[in-house]
Write a protein that binds this ligand. Structure first.
Ligand SMILES: NC(=O)c1ccc[n+]([C@@H]2O[C@H](COP(=O)([O-])OP(=O)(O)OC[C@H]3O[C@@H](n4cnc5c(N)ncnc54)[C@H](O)[C@@H]3O)[C@@H](O)[C@H]2O)c1
Length: 340
């Protein structure tokens, strides 16, 4: 089978993961990378990538490149995805595509006018725990879903400099949970009601963001979901999903360092959850990129597409509006005229 030739843009935390995973895949070849930082390029050379270029435009100009992996900062994604589509390259783009609804819709139009595939990096869909929960729900074993509960708490807040350009908690962090809410029960969200507070670090509040949130979602058929977020959980990365239905309940739980249990006079003790996303979702990142490679080799649809990115952004913007206006917001209110 023909190998797909990839180029990777941006070799920071997530770019290095995707590069490493691609290099292990028999039907993928990484022909070039770009990053403004020399140490990042050296990392790629050390992994065996022979061509490192100074700019993204140079990557796109390489005729042998079939697909690009965009792992650069968020404010470059829309532009880079659009350029790739115009150059006829397939695209894997880290989330989010953009923080502006109009801009995302424009990019999707450009992509649609070409034959290229666009996949977005909602990695949690590829986590074994959550895939199992989804499959159990889909099989009907818990009957008709009534309630979805998603807990998503980070082990520590990012620097305030990151918070300022992140789009805020709902578009940076909860956007993964909004995608999970749609994915896990295959239903669309109709209404969002968000509450948020600054309970961890005043500097986050001064930067205009929140660090703790509860978001309730109502799906179009009346099913409800609740998401809780914190930027700082004392015991580590807390990632759990529960779906309650007419015939039962299914849970996806944290992945722990190990499964030992110590029983003594003080209680029953176990290991902490895996530290953060790079550890918890290591296998999910592999499966995600493997599925992208497979979609290209077999010319099938990608498992997470532009529409998924658009819908999760809509929910995120509705959550922001709900918090600002202290009221439930319908997704239908979030259209191209709305600026938040
Ligand atoms: N899906 C996930 O789990 C996940 C996790 C982390 C980050 N992300 C997303 O991935 C993106 C990158 O995040 P990160 O944490 O890896 O950031 P990072 O800061 O660690 O890495 C970004 C890299 O891009 C490079 N870069 C900057 N401008 C560039 C340009 N014009 N061309 C090429 N390279 C450029 C930087 O030098 C850096 O090496 C963000 O959009 C973020 O939202 C997704």
């Amino acid at each position: 089978m023909k190998k797909i030739k990839f180029a990777v843009a941006g070799l920071g935390r997530i770019g290095k993961i995707h590069l490493d995973n691609l290099l292990q895949m028999p039907h993928a070849e990484v022909v070039a990378v770009t990053d403004p930082i020399e140490a990042s390029l050296q990392y790629a050379r050390d992994q065996g990538v022979s061509l490192t270029v100074a700019t993204y435009e140079e990557l796109l100009a390489l005729p042998e490149v079939d697909a690009v992996i965009i792992c650069t900062p968020t404010d470059t994604h829309a532009n880079y995805a659009e350029l790739a589509a115009k150059a006829g390259k397939h695209i894997f783009c880290e989330k989010p595509l953009d923080l502006d609804l109009n801009r995302v819709m424009n990019v999707l139009q450009v992509v649609e006018a070409t034959n290229v595939k666009l996949m977005l990096g909602f990695n949690r869909r590829f986590d074994q725990e959550f895939k199992k929960v989804k499959n159990v729900v889909k099989s009907g074993q818990i009957g008709e879903p009534h309630l979805v509960k998603i807990t998503s708490r980070d082990p520590g807040a990012p620097p305030v400099s990151y918070i300022k350009q992140s789009g805020g908690l709902f578009l940076d962090m909860t956007i993964h949970d909004f995608d999970m809410a749609r994915f896990i029960v295959e239903k669309e969200v109709e209404e969002v009601y968000a509450k948020g507070a600054v309970l961890i670090d005043d500097a986050i509040g001064k930067a205009g963001d929140i660090d703790t949130a509860i978001v309730t979602l109502t799906y179009t058929d009346g099913t409800m979901a609740v998401i809780d977020n914190s930027r700082e959980a004392a015991y580590g990365y807390d990632q759990r999903v529960e779906v309650f239905g007419s015939k039962g309940m299914v849970q996806g739980n944290n992945n722990l360092h190990d499964t030992h249990k110590l029983h003594n006079k003080d209680g029953i003790h176990g290991a902490l959850p895996l530290h953060f996303f790079l550890e918890r979702y290591a296998q999910a990142y592999k499966t995600e990129i493997q599925d992208f490679v497979d979609a290209l080799t077999s010319n099938e649809n990608v498992p997470v597409d532009g529409e998924d990115g658009l819908q999760s952004l809509r929910i995120g913007l509705a959550a922001k509006k709900s918090l600002m206006e202290n009221r439930p917001v319908k997704i239908s209110e979030i259209n191209s005229e709305v600026t938040i």
